[in-house]
Design a protein around this ligand. Sequence first.
Ligand code: FAD
Length: 404
Amino acid sequence: ANGVIIVGAGHAGFQLAASLRQGGFAERIVLLNDEGHLPYQRPPLSKAYLKGTGGPDSLMFRPEKFYHDNRIELITDRAHTVDRNARKVALASGTSLDYGHLVFATGARNRLLDIPNAKLDAVRYLRTLDESEALREVVKPGMRVVVIGAGFIGLEFAATARGKGLEVDVVELASRVMARAVTAEISEFSQSRHTAAGIRIHLGVQVTGIEADGAKVTGVSLSNGTHIPTDLVVVGVGVLPNVELAAEAGLPVASGIIVDEHLSTADPDISAIGDCALYASRRSGGSLRLESVQNATDHARCVAARLTGKTEVYDGLPWFWSDQGPDKLQMAGLTTGYDRVVVRGDRAQGAFSAFCYKGDRLLGIESVNRAGDHMFGRRLLGAGGSITPEQAADPGFDLKSALR
Ligand code: FAD
C-alpha cells in the first residue's frame, strides 16, 4: 500500500489530509476519527461556543461533502495497535488497514484530578465538543463554580462563566496565573482584570479535597485550610499527550512521541504531528512539544510537503492566542529563557505588549489588546529579525520600519 493513514482527526490530522490533497497527493488517505463529530475546531470550546448558542456545525472545519469530494476516507474508529513489520493498523472495531505512511496525530487528553470524589458528575473537564456542550447546558446564573488551574483554558472558562452570571473561584498552585506560559507582566494584568470582573483568584494553594453530599458536590477544601462552597468544579490542570499507541509499537517516546526536525519518528514510515509530538526544534535548539493550533497545522503542512516530495525542516514560528473576557492575549515566538522584558504600550489603558529579550536578542512578544504588535512579531521573528530593547521601549519608534 502507498496510502497514508492518519490517526486522529483533530487540528493536525484534518490539516494533513487537506494539505495532502491540495499538494497533489493521489494515493489513498484514511483519517481515523474517534470522536462522534465531523472534525472540529477546539479553541471556541472554552470561548464563543461555551458562551453562545451555536450548534456543533459552527465548529466544523468542513462539511461532510468535503471529505467525499477530496477522497478523504473519514472513518469513525480508533487505532488499537500498530504492527510496523506488517505495516498494518488494527482498529478497535476489529478490521485492519495497510499503510504506506502512518501519521500519529493523536493529540492529548485531560490530566485527571486524582483525589476522592473527583469522579462525581459535577466535576468537569473541557477538551472535547461533548464536554463543552455538556458544560454549556449545566451552567446557570447564580450557580457557584470552582475552577482548578489558572492556565489558558481555566481562565477562559472562568471569564465566560462569570459573564454568564456565575460565582467563580479560581484555584492555582503557582504564585501567578498562566505562570508557565507568560511573563509576570501579563499575569499581573490578567489577574487584575479577572478580579475586577468579580472572579476570586486563590494563588499558591492546592485543592486537597472535594466535599459531597451523596452524589452532589458541596464544596472544595484548599491546602491553606480555606473551604469554598460550590455546585460545580471545572478542572483545567493540563493535558497528557497520547503517546501510548506509538510506545506500544516500539517507537521512542518521552514527554511526547519523539520526532526529528522533519517530524519523522525513528521509523521513516511513521511521523507524528501536533500536540502529541516532541520535535527537534532548530529555533529553540532543543526538543519542543507545543499545544497550539499553529503548531498542529504547520506540522501538518510540513509532513504533507514531505509526502508530496518537498522535504523541508520544520521551523514554524510558534504563535498563540487566548480570549479572556474582553481581553485578547496573543503571543508570537517562544519567550522561555528571557532575561529582560520591555513593555510597549499602556498598561493602564489595557493595551500593551511585553517584548521578551535574551541579551539584545528578541525572543518573543506577548500582547494584550495590541494586535498590531502581535502581527509585527510574527513577521519580524518569522523572518529571523530583531529590534533592540531601546527601539521596543520607544513609543516613537515605527515598528514597520524594522520590516523593510
Ligand atoms: P487534538 O485536537 O487533540 O486531536 C487529536 C485527535 O486524535 C482527537 O480527536 C483524539 O480523540 C484522537 N485520537 C487519539 N488517539 C486516537 C486513536 N488511537 N485513534 C483514533 N483517534 C485518536 N490553541 C490555540 O492555538 N489557541 C487557542 O485559543 C486554543 N484554545 C483551546 C481551547 C480548548 C478548550 C482546548 C481543549 C484547546 C485549545 N487550544 C488552543 C489548543 C489546540 O486546540 C490544540 O493544540 C490542537 O487541538 C492540537 O491539535 P491535534 O490535532 O494535535 O490534537
